[in-house]
Ligand binder design. Structure first.
Ligand code: IDP
Ligand code: MG
Length: 133
């Protein structure tokens, strides 16, 4: 099924100017980038975006991090793109990510893991709406 998902190039990857490589990696894997915008969000906005994690010990650090510098939010579209993007991203912890995945190639640590991807079609809709209203 053709789906959409939200992808974010996180501050660590924007700072290292990896956006071109990451975008061409998606395109090479038959994923369309419907929209893309570079923005800097506030800590309040990051807290809203990541509110599913509010009970986690790393929540505050996570929200500070996502609002620490410019990010690139994108709407990706393609066949089964939600799970496909999750596969292309690799495990949350770059040290556990498979060879050839974005987080393996570019991730620095579990915090600075370079990319975000929605975890379901339903959350994808919510997250797309958050950035592209
Ligand atoms: P995901 O990004 O692979 O979907 P989630 O569990 O949804 O992973 O966590 C959201 C983000 O929170 C992760 O991308 C990562 O940056 C951060 N995070 C997750 N687990 C930990 C942890 O145990 N310590 C520190 N940061 C974490
Ligand atoms: Mg997640």
């Amino acid at each position: 099924m053709i789906e959409q998902t939200l992808s974010i190039i996180k501050p660590d990857a924007v700072e290292r100017k990896l956006d071109k490589e990451i975008k061409s990696f998606f395109k090479k894997n038959n994923i369309k980038i419907l929209k893309s915008k570079k923005i800097k969000i506030s800590k309040e906005e990051a807290s809203e975006f990541y509110k599913v994690h509010q009970s986690k010990p790393f929540y505050d650090k996570l929200c500070s991090y996502l609002s620490s510098g410019p990010i690139i939010a994108m709407i990706l579209e393609g066949e089964n793109v939600v799970s496909k993007n999750r596969q292309l991203m690799g495990a949350t912890d770059p040290t556990k990510a498979e060879e050839g995945t974005l987080r393996k190639m570019y991730g620095i640590s579990i915090d600075k893991n370079s990319v975000h991807g929605s975890d379901s079609v339903e959350n994808g809709k919510i997250e797309i709406n958050f950035f592209f209203k």
